[in-house]
Structure formats: C-alpha cells, structure tokens
Ligand binder design. Structure first.
Ligand SMILES: *Cc1c(COP(=O)(O)O)cnc(C)c1O
Length: 357
C-alpha cells in the first residue's frame, strides 16, 4: 500500500504525552509464588462460591441495577450510613478515575503522596491535570509538616492511608487537621484499611469534603471481580454518580459483593491470619538484617541488608518467587512483598535466608 495516507496522531496531546499504566505482572504459570500485587492468598468467602453456583445465568439477559442500591445499602450499614452516602465502582480504580474526572482538569491539579499508588499520575495524565507530588520522608515515609502548604493549589488531595507501596499509616489526628483545613476535596484511599489498626471512615460524618475509598480486591479476596466503593456526604455522592458509567458494576459483581459482605466471620478470619503471617515475616526479615517499614497493610516494604533490592528481586525471581520492585532513588532500595499464607511466607523467608547467608 504505497499510496497509503500517512498516519498522523488523532489523539489529544495529553494522551500522546503520557505512558499508559503498567500493572503488576500477572504470570501464567502455577508454580510461581506470586507476592507482587497484594492479592489475598485465600479464596473468596464460601458464600461467594454458593452465590455463584446458584446464580441463574438467564438473568444476564437483563441490565443490572444501575444504582447498585442493594449492595450500597449493605455497605452503608457497616458504617451507620445510608445508601445515599455510598457509590459503588468497578474496582476502587473506577472510583479514583471518577474522582479525578470530577475534580481535576488543566486548571485544577491533583495532589498525592510520593511514593504512593502509581495509578494516580496516570489518571491525572488522561484528564490533562497537573500533579503535585508531596514527598514523604525518604527514611521513615512520614508526611511533611508543610503538606497543606504544598497541596494548596490542588482541588483534590489523595492520601493513601495506610500508604502503598510503603505500608505505613499516618496519625489520625493529622488526617483530621488536613481534612479540616484543606481547601478542596480530600480523598482517603483506604485500600488496605482492613489490615490497619484504625481508619478514617467516621470522617465522612464530620467533613463534607472527604471521600473514603475502599476495595474488595485485597482483604476480601476478590481482585478478579472488580468491586470497590466510596463513602461520603450525600451531596458529594450525588455529584460523583453523575460521572460514573451508567452500568459500572455488573449484575454478577453486585450479587457476589453482597455475598462477600454477608460472610463476616470468614472475612475477619482471613484478615487475622494475614496479620499473623505479616508479623512472622517481619520478625524473620529483621533477624536477617533487613530494614522493614512498619506495616498496617497486607504487604511489607523491605530493604535487604546491603540495600541492593534490585539484586534481591532478581534472585527471588530466579527461584520462582515474584515480589514487586519499584526502581527509583528512594523506592529502589526496597521490594514490596505481599503477605501470603503462613506456608508461603515461610518459603520466602527460607529463600531469603539462603540468599543472605
Ligand atoms: C489495589 C489498590 C487500589 C485498587 O484496587 P481495585 O479495587 O482493585 O481497583 C486502589 N488504591 C490502592 C492504594 C491500591 O493499592
């Protein structure tokens, strides 16, 4: 086709200028120990399995409830709220995307912590919004004293609490001050809150500018399902609902999310087991001479004794263990290890001890 019209880019310049998001690796093989994307090592609740087995496939002919009212009501009850305080999403990534599109554009930057979840700058890029990166302390990953000053030009401030990939949390009293004084929306990304000692869910009753986002991907073993939600003041939810895809949560997802919520005891048990394995691995790694950030999540951010995390990552990889490595001057000294079962954690620990013996 020699006379073919040359391809010129039809994309908005903001899209051409950005790189797409790089998700964590999802390996095909079954003999790899996959500790790289903070999934749960446990299956979803038995009630989810039953709901799936009993689901009448013929119902898929129909559209789902566009408002996901039943599952929103069930979530609201967990927090003493009503369904009008809840928005459901296709994963909490959907919620983050909705928020950035609602509150940010070329004149309205988004502020977030650095290091933090690498999806935020991607979503900002798609929206043509500037990013304000708020650097965490490079040794203990605490927030800077002047956070509010740095975030001031932003219309949306995202605080990941506990943070990823570092695993640490921030004092709730500091969070309250930020929500009280920030002149815009504060979105608290609580993807890991179920593994933490406290959370900020009660803020939505006090602060009309606060959104708290959660996911079923980590603590509820449902990363493949894609379900997340946010709670906020009714007026805030009403606005966010305008931005969502009309049927953003599938019928099957709504049913299975409900089943997961109904199975309270199983959920609590899984979270407890992961916390035990987390403490076990923490002690083991400290014993070998690792530097480990105090974690309130289902992962550890750990730096090997020689600080050469790239080599540690590679050596684990050679032994079919996949953890997550984020290159960079600060994050490059660490790997992020998702907490598996006690058995999986032991396997990782034994390999690590071999590597550093
Ligand atoms: C995993 C994660 C999410 C996204 O979860 P999904 O519900 O799977 O989209 C959001 N924020 C942070 C910080 C995460 O680690």
């Amino acid at each position: 086709m020699s006379n073919e019209k040359p391809y010129v880019s039809y994309f908005r310049p903001a899209i051409d200028a950005m790189l797409g998001y790089t998700p964590g690796e999802q390996p095909k093989g079954t003999d790899v120990l996959k500790l790289n994307t903070n999934e749960s090592p446990y299956p979803p609740a038995p009630g989810v399995r039953k709901m799936l087995a009993d689901f009448d496939y013929e119902r898929l002919r129909l559209y789902p409830d566009p408002m996901a009212t039943e599952v929103r009501s069930e979530i609201a009850a967990l927090f003493g709220l009503t369904y009008e305080n809840v928005i459901a999403g296709n994963g909490s990534d959907d919620i983050l995307n909705i928020a950035i599109r609602c509150f940010c554009d070329a004149e309205r930057p988004v502020a977030f912590l650095d290091p933090s979840y690498s999806l935020y700058p991607t979503l900002a890029g798609l929206q043509g919004a500037k990013c304000i990166r708020i650097p965490l302390d490079s040794t203990d990953f605490t927030m800077p004293e002047n956070l509010l000053e740095l975030a001031e030009p932003a219309n949306l401030l995202i605080i990941t609490r506990p943070n990823a990939p570092t695993g640490n949390s921030f004092p709730k009293s500091t969070m309250a001050k930020i929500c009280e004084n920030f002149n815009g929306v504060v979105l608290i990304d609580e993807a890991y809150a179920d593994f933490a000692s406290d959370n900020c869910a009660d803020f939505v009753k006090k602060y009309p500018n606060v959104i708290v986002a959660r996911t079923f991907s980590k603590s509820r073993s449902l990363a493949g399902l894609r379900f997340g939600y946010a709670i906020a003041h009714k007026t805030m939810i009403d606005g966010l609902m305008k931005m969502k895809d009309s049927y953003n949560v599938s019928m099957l997802t709504q049913r299975l999310a409900l089943a997961s919520l109904w199975d309270r005891a199983y959920f609590t048990d899984c979270v407890a087991k992961i916390k035990v394995a987390r403490e076990m691995l923490l002690l083991g790694l400290l014993d070998i001479g690792f530097k480990v950030v105090e974690s309130e999540t289902n992962f550890l951010f750990a730096s090997p004794p020689d600080g050469d995390a790239a080599t540690y990552f590679k050596k684990l990889r050679e032994k079919n263990v996949i953890v997550r490595y984020f290159p960079g001057p600060v994050t490059g000294k660490y790997v992020r290890i998702s907490i598996g079962t006690e058995q999986q954690v032991s396997r990782l620990f034994l390999l690590t001890r071999q590597i550093y013996s």
